[in-house]
Design a protein around this ligand. Structure first.
Ligand code: GAL
Length: 633
């Protein structure tokens, strides 16, 4: 598949006289794709049932005639003001019980039946009108589900839908009471209608109740997406996508992606650095103009899995954004590096957000490829360079990585329900593991927890899967790969209760977690051989061989056959050693990386990326600041 570039464009924000020259300049810059339409509802339907398609007809015609392929977005992330007159109760409600207001975007509740009908209607009208338009080569449904903390809503519509969801899941109220353990604190219910969403309780709600509400909220996103997907499919054969975000884990992206053709995500390396990466101040300082060296790669690998191989970057930061705690200019070369990194991880396309910086409204301080005065902004030169390099270079051919991490959104829901220690999170644990693998020069595949065939992987890391389906347990226990579980593996049954036999209860691995504790940041457990357990620790028992001990001699990792259980959150030093040793046993070659240098190995090539602002020489390779090198193996 030929790799391509594109941009996000809002014709409705510019005079029609500019569209033709914009289109021509996009083509000249080497762009193939232009995504439009995803926030244009008030322009398409300014009054209820009064439609204005002419401008969109013309925009598609102009862009397509210039040689661009259009990704058409349904505008359902931005319901217009009149929609609230029609459906005053469609607004999402936050955990404090406050109704969200009109005036930005994503203000709808996923459970509101009336709003869902409106979404199906506008999507169907668009699909009918443009479904066979030769210039419309792909679709995007809505925009960034979950962004701005919008997955979970505590509205009346959500409460009503939750009760139906519960009845479908549990059948009888007696069963729900039993599964949730509602005899505790006299929480038994008489009927499903008595159950509310788990917010505004005096102290924490029953974790089973909270987990159920998270699962329900995730399912509502899947259903919402499916409604539009069904109508688009009826009228169009073009592939359908959704653009996911970085570190949004409160709905199951694999479930949303299952019926879509392409997964895309929106990559803002500098925007994410301070709030989403979870790094200390020194790291943030060092990578302030480059972004974290692993955060983009992690999401590339994640969304490759969500898209079952087909994925794009739909929005690539091309300069300062407007929404992070601080909004620096990228180091020269980084826009090129980020673009190539996506291709190295298998992206089909990288699209820059946005074409031109817009001088009004919320994102007026967000850079584009053009300045507000239409001159090239600073990233344009790098985009042209990438486009020229792509013309002359062979396509990237992805291969299977030697290592895989199992990633499970349901585990994230369980950790979020019961983190057991401040700042502990499933995403944090998985990303910590991913970074350690990459520090050893490893390429990683991410696999959903529905995977049953692990053929070809030498090592599977399965940290933090608090509830594991029996079929997954069986598949992992019987595969040929080395498998590393823990901490918190199988710590709960599917209803958020501690199972007996005690966790992890894995066949062929005689380990039992006898006790757990979370640790303040000034308390840690030093390990024999260096490094520490930090944040979270388990007390392990059993007859499996102890492969890692605390200085006091307690077991921290235990191994039997090809299965290992790791009973704690290791610091970087200990985790690095653990990975090196585990890889040596699994016969995986490691290559330690200097800080900020990363590699991605594909079928026949190795890409080197220098995320630092200094030249680096390592392993016989020389890299400029923000350098990218492609080496045939
Ligand atoms: C994304 C969003 C875009 C735009 C962009 C700004 O999250 O999809 O519409 O707001 O951020 O960086």
């Amino acid at each position: 598949m030929k790799r391509t570039l594109g941009t996000c464009y809002y014709p409705e924000q510019w005079p029609v006289e500019m569209w033709e020259s914009d289109a021509r300049r996009m083509v000249e810059a080497g762009l193939t794709w232009v995504r439009i339409g995803e926030f244009s509802w008030s322009k398409l339907e300014p009054k209820p049932d009064e439609y204005h398609w002419d401008w969109l007809d013309l925009a598609i015609e102009i862009l397509g005639t210039a040689g661009l392929k259009v990704v058409l977005g349904t505008p359902t992330a931005t319901p217009p003001r009149w929609m609230l007159k029609r459906h005053p109760d469609m607004l999402a409600v936050d955990v404090e019980g406050r109704q969200r207001k009109f005036g930005s975007r994503r203000h709808y509740c996923f459970s509101h039946e009336g709003y869902k009908k409106e979404c199906v209607k506008i999507a169907e009208l668009m699909a009918r009108r443009y479904g066979t338009n030769p210039h419309v080569a792909a679709w995007q449904i809505d925009n960034e589900y979950g962004c701005h903390d919008t997955t979970i809503s505590y509205s009346d519509a959500a409460a009503a839908a939750f009760r139906i969801w519960l009845e479908n899941r549990y059948g009888t109220i007696a069963r729900l009471n039993a599964e949730w353990g509602n005899t505790f604190w006299s929480m038994d219910y008489d009927c499903f209608d008595d159950i509310d969403p788990p917010n505004l309780t005096v102290t924490e709600a029953n974790p089973a109740h909270s987990l159920a509400f998270r699962r329900f909220s995730s399912d509502q996103v899947v259903l919402f997406n499916q409604l539009q997907l069904d109508v688009i499919r009826r009228h169009s054969a073009a592939p359908v996508s959704h653009n996911y975000m970085g570190r949004i884990t409160d709905f199951d992206h694999f479930a949303v992606g299952e019926n879509l053709d392409i997964a895309t995500w929106d990559s803002y390396p500098l925007g994410f650095l301070e709030d989403r990466v979870g790094a200390d101040a020194a790291h943030q300082h060092k990578f302030a103009r480059q972004g974290d060296p692993d955060f983009q790669a992690f999401h590339h690998d994640l969304y490759r899995a969500v898209g079952r191989g087909r994925w794009w970057v739909m929005e690539q930061q091309p300069g300062p954004v407007n929404w992070a705690p601080h909004n620096p200019v990228p180091l020269a070369g980084m826009v090129r590096l980020w673009s190539w990194e996506a291709f190295a991880h298998g992206a089909e396309a990288v699209c820059y957000f946005r074409w031109r910086q817009v001088p009004f409204a919320q994102e007026q301080l967000h850079a584009g490829l053009l300045r507000p005065d239409s001159k090239d902004a600073f990233a344009m030169e790098e985009v042209r360079k990438v486009s020229a390099e792509m013309r002359d270079a062979p396509d990237v051919v992805s291969g299977q990585a030697p290592v895989a991490i199992v990633f499970d959104y349901d585990a994230d829901f369980a950790w979020a329900t019961q983190p057991h220690g401040r700042d502990l999170s499933y995403f944090g644990l998985v990303f910590h593991t991913y970074k350690a693998l990459r520090r050893q020069g490893l390429s990683v595949d991410i696999l959903p927890s529905t995977t049953r065939n692990f053929d070809g992987y030498k090592l599977i890391m399965a940290p933090g899967l608090m509830f594991m389906q029996d079929a997954l347990k069986h598949a992992l226990a019987s595969c040929d790969s080395a498998v590393v579980y823990g901490p918190r593996t199988g710590a709960r049954n599917g209803e958020m209760a501690i199972p007996v036999p005690l966790p992890p209860d894995i066949s062929g691995l005689d380990v039992t977690v006898a006790q757990i504790e979370s640790l303040r940041s000034d308390i840690f457990v030093p390990l024999q051989g260096g490094g520490r357990v930090i944040c979270y620790r388990e007390v392990l028992e059993g007859s499996a061989q102890v492969t890692l001990r605390s200085e006091a001699g307690e077991p921290v990792a235990m191994c039997q056959g090809n299965q290992t259980y790791l009973g704690g959150w290791l610091d970087d030093e200990a985790l690095d050693q653990f990975i090196v040793t585990t890889c040596a046993v699994a016969q995986i070659k490691t290559l330690p990386m200097p800080d900020g240098v990363r590699i991605r190995t594909t079928k026949a090539e190795r890409f080197w990326f220098n995320y630092t602002d200094q030249s680096v020489a390592c392993h016989g390779i020389e890299l400029e600041p923000a350098g990218v090198l492609r080496v045939t193996m």
